[in-house]
Design a protein around this ligand. Structure first.
Ligand code: HAM
Length: 436
């Protein structure tokens, strides 16, 4: 048995360079930084501020927020106990954001709160391509308004993120789930329709028939999909106000030029939604097709302890699935930045001088590499090459005596002498020219 540790199945390390594991590509850390920075820019354009909440919360918050009967809460939680409190690694961020909103009385700051997040989430799902046990979500929550413009803005923001990356072939599916009274009426109608066919249903769907029949609408089973063709549709059961809200939202999306398809079978895997529900899909994302999803959740605040309902709407998206789309499209992603200069020293005295000079150049703002292993000049040159530094600064006994270094341009092999005091200025101006 090997005694080296490995990362836990369904998680992955992000390294400086991209790599593949089990047929899946993992982007390098510079690409992650670039993607996250781009998301932040788009969030900023929509005047959304960042919020960061802890990665673990009380289990009760998630259970009540997301819903006891959902797969997420009933099957997929990484939960643990300490003292007499139960904790869970957050499977999503909407309930934690609402908790923070209520706890810090953000409603008293007046106006609508528009908050975004980027960070890890945890679900004990069966790992496969595009599906992990630790994955990363970015998302936005607009809290404090029932206005359909908030729903339209959230959707437009989500689309703008994918547009910023040039992701194409996406389909936005849209539905309305009605208010809290519509749902039980529809649930009863669906149960009445499906019950005679119980024997034809899969085991999962049979289980859901009594507990959470709306989730059967999500089925990937072809026979069940056929069966559902004749099923009652949610739209016929929803209240007039929700219907008007939905019409307004569709009109606003039309004004913004956001294309969508209506999908009366779209239900989401979380229980807190009322009215608007949407999902952004793209083919070839592994076993599933959702890039992102969201909707309105006007009752969540009450579920997690607020005395008054707080109308809100938001979306969340998986970063890994965004990367899958980028890989599939062959989008070029930034690589780890290279040093602007690599110092090569010959002999102990030169090594000492180089070590100090390198720090000085770093303080002046340059990216500087050097050998930390006391290796031969040849090995140091090889390392400079491997790291892709455009310049090497070579210093030995003679250079120390003359107070001049040999500066080699790696691409051409040209070498010039530069006085020690002029090095920073020389490399900075030359380095600027080669910066990405
Ligand atoms: P969700 O649909 O459960 O919604 O997750 C949103 C996105 O997270 C999915 O579309 C997918 O891209 C990504 N995702 C979910 N699970 C995994 C996984 N195991 N591996 C990789 N990616 C995954 C929510 O979480 C809601 N909080 C969205 C929301 C925000 N609703 C209102 N505001």
């Amino acid at each position: 048995m090997s005694n080296t540790f490995r990362n836990i199945t369904g998680t992955f390390d992000i390294l400086p360079a991209p790599y593949s594991v089990g047929g899946s590509q993992v982007a390098g850390s510079a690409a992650w930084q670039f993607v996250e920075a781009t998301i932040r820019v788009v969030m900023g354009r929509f005047n959304v501020q960042e919020i960061r909440t802890p990665i673990f919360e009380q289990t009760e918050l998630i259970a009540r927020g997301v819903g006891q009967l959902t797969d997420i809460v009933s099957k997929e939680m990484f939960a643990f106990e300490r003292g007499d409190t139960n904790y869970v690694l957050r499977p999503e961020v909407t309930a934690p954001v609402m908790r923070a909103y209520l706890q810090h009385h953000l409603d008293q700051q007046g106006g609508v709160q528009k908050l975004y997040y980027i960070g890890p989430c945890f679900r004990a799902e069966r790992p496969q391509k595009g599906r992990f046990r630790q994955f990363h979500q970015f998302g936005c929550e607009v809290i404090g308004t029932p206005d359909a413009r908030a729903d339209a803005e959230v959707i437009a923001l989500m689309m703008a993120v994918y547009e910023a990356f040039g992701v194409n072939e996406t389909t936005l599916r849209l539905n309305t789930l009605g208010d809290e009274a519509s749902r039980p009426r529809y649930k009863a109608a669906l149960q009445a329709y499906l019950s005679p066919y119980e024997a034809r249903l899969s085991e999962t769907s049979r289980e859901r028939l009594s507990t959470n029949p709306l989730r059967i609408l999500d089925t990937k089973n072809a026979d069940e999909q056929d069966l559902l063709q004749g099923a009652p549709v949610l739209v016929d059961y929803i209240d007039a106000e929700s219907r008007a809200h939905y019409e307004e939202l569709k009109g606003l999306l039309g004004d913004l030029g956001v294309a969508f398809v209506e999908d009366p079978f779209l239900v989401r895997g979380l229980d807190y939604y009322t009215r608007t529900a949407f999902e952004l899909e793209r083919p070839n994302l592994g076993a599933q097709s959702a890039l992102a999803g969201g909707g309105r959740y006007d009752l969540l605040a009450v579920e997690v302890g607020s005395k008054r309902p707080v109308p809100a709407v938001g979306f969340a998206a998986g970063l890994e699935r965004l990367f899958l789309a980028l890989f599939e499209q062959g989008t070029a992603l930034p690589e780890a930045p290279k040093p602007q200069v690599f110092f090569v020293a010959l002999g102990d005295e030169a090594a000492r001088w180089v070590f100090s000079k390198a720090q000085a150049l770093r303080h002046a703002g340059l990216r500087v590499g050097l050998d930390l292993n006391g290796r031969s000049m040849k090995a140091q040159m090889r390392e400079a090459n491997r790291q892709g530094a455009p310049f090497t600064v070579i210093v030995g006994k003679d250079e120390l005596a003359a107070e001049k270094a040999q500066v080699k341009t790696m691409e051409t092999g040209d070498q010039v002498e530069v006085g020690f005091n002029d090095l920073t200025a020389y490399l900075d101006s030359e380095g600027n020219a080669t910066r990405p």
